[in-house]
Write a protein that binds this ligand. Structure first.
Ligand SMILES: C[S@@+](CC[C@H](N)C(=O)[O-])C[C@H]1O[C@@H](n2cnc3c(N)ncnc32)[C@H](O)[C@@H]1O
Length: 354
């Protein structure tokens, strides 16, 4: 394979190789442990684009600082008022590791290649990565990956672990105030606030799908190996019951609003309640889904004005969320551009409404 002059190939085993580009992103460097064809098809172009580029410090570091958070280790605290939609971090991964390696090769060989990937990074990036928290013990690089990495799509759905050294310091909250998106074309992850954040508040993201009950969330978070001490999971028992009921209703209304069969009687009123529930539950990280359904529900009864309002909110919230990258965003934009041409127009319109 012809690599760019600065990408070097390290050890290869069982169809996977270590690749290092030390000049990527103004000298931060990047390492891959992946399949050769993925480097060729998905990563080389992004690496070339950022190869000689002078990268200004895109981390709005005056906006937050690291601090010890009781029961959670290090976390990030806002140092000034951060309005909804503020870009906090825009960073590339230091290390990307193909997930299939866990099945495709003996563990010790994989661990050795992962260590080679980190050790080949420029010194400051390497020490930044090795300074991250490890939660499980055992091999240091594997532990850091398992504690901090994001599962991202580089070539095919959810195919790599990616280690972002700034984003890794964000603790989990089931009702987070930040969201992130990963762009495989530019190899960057952006983190945005999804609600106004005041100085002294902790910045958080959700590591799990938060639209489930307290008990289900505890089970999911066990995958990450800790007991969640977030704002929603430390509420008094009665408040947790009330929250679970709101979550149950959100899921019930969502299924109903997503059902387009003739006998279904979902209404804009239901969509309005859905949005209220998202707000009461502080589920701003997924409220875009609610606004999209509300836009559909209004459009379905030819209430053009409210359909446009809701689609606008869906896009506004969706811009900060990986869930809205691609199809969902395009669909909401189509509705916003021309409600009458959208597939939902008049779908639930009856003569009684005329
Ligand atoms: C990606 S790291 C986050 C940054 C980390 N606190 C540090 O010191 O670098 C994930 C680890 O942080 C801790 N953590 C994150 N969110 C937490 C939460 N809601 N409750 C308790 N511990 C949490 C857990 O130890 C978890 O394994």
């Amino acid at each position: 394979m012809s690599l760019s002059p600065d990408v070097s190939e390290g050890t290869c085993n069982d169809g996977y190789c270590v690749y290092i580009e030390p000049r990527f992103w103004g000298g931060r460097g990047i390492s891959f442990v992946t399949r050769p064809q993925i480097i060729e098809k998905a990563a080389l172009e992004a690496m070339r684009e950022h190869y000689q580029q002078e990268i200004v410090d895109t981390i709005a570091s005056e906006a937050f600082e690291e601090s010890q958070i009781p029961g959670k280790g290090v976390g990030l605290i806002a140092t000034r008022f951060l309005p909804k939609g503020e870009l906090l971090v825009s960073e590339p991964p230091s290390l990307m590791v193909h997930l299939d390696m866990r099945d495709d090769m003996p563990k010790e060989r994989r661990l050795q290649m992962q260590r080679e990937g980190v050790n080949s990074l420029p010194a400051s990036t390497k020490w930044e990565a090795l300074g991250l928290m490890g939660h499980w013990g055992g091999d240091q690089v594997e532990d850091i990956l398992d504690t901090n990495s994001f599962t991202v799509t580089l070539y095919k759905a959810l195919d790599h672990h990616a280690l972002f050294t700034q984003t890794a310091r964000l603790n989990h909250d089931c009702r987070p105030n930040c969201m992130y998106t990963f762009n495989p074309r530019t190899l960057t992850q952006n983190v945005y606030t999804i609600q106004d954040v005041h100085p002294g508040e902790e910045l958080t993201i959700s590591y799990i799908d938060p639209s489930v009950t307290f008990k289900e969330r505890q089970e999911m978070i066990q995958f990450w190996g800790f007991n969640c001490s977030c704002s929603a999971c430390t509420l008094p028992a009665e408040a947790i019951l009330a929250s679970d009921e709101r979550v149950r209703l959100i899921n019930q209304y969502t299924s109903s609003l997503e059902n387009w069969s003739a006998e279904n009687n979902a209404t804009p009123e239901m969509a309005k309640k859905l949005i209220e529930l998202y707000k009461e539950e502080k589920l701003f990280c997924i409220i875009a889904d609610g606004y999209k359904l509300a836009a559909y529900a209004y459009n379905a009864v030819r209430d053009r004005y409210n359909a446009l309002r809701m689609a606008n909110f869906a896009i506004n919230y969706g811009l900060q969320s990986w869930r809205y990258m691609g199809g969902k965003m395009i669909d909401a934009l189509q509705l916003l551009t021309s409600p009458e041409d959208h597939w939902t127009w008049g779908q639930r319109y009856t003569h009684a409404q005329s």
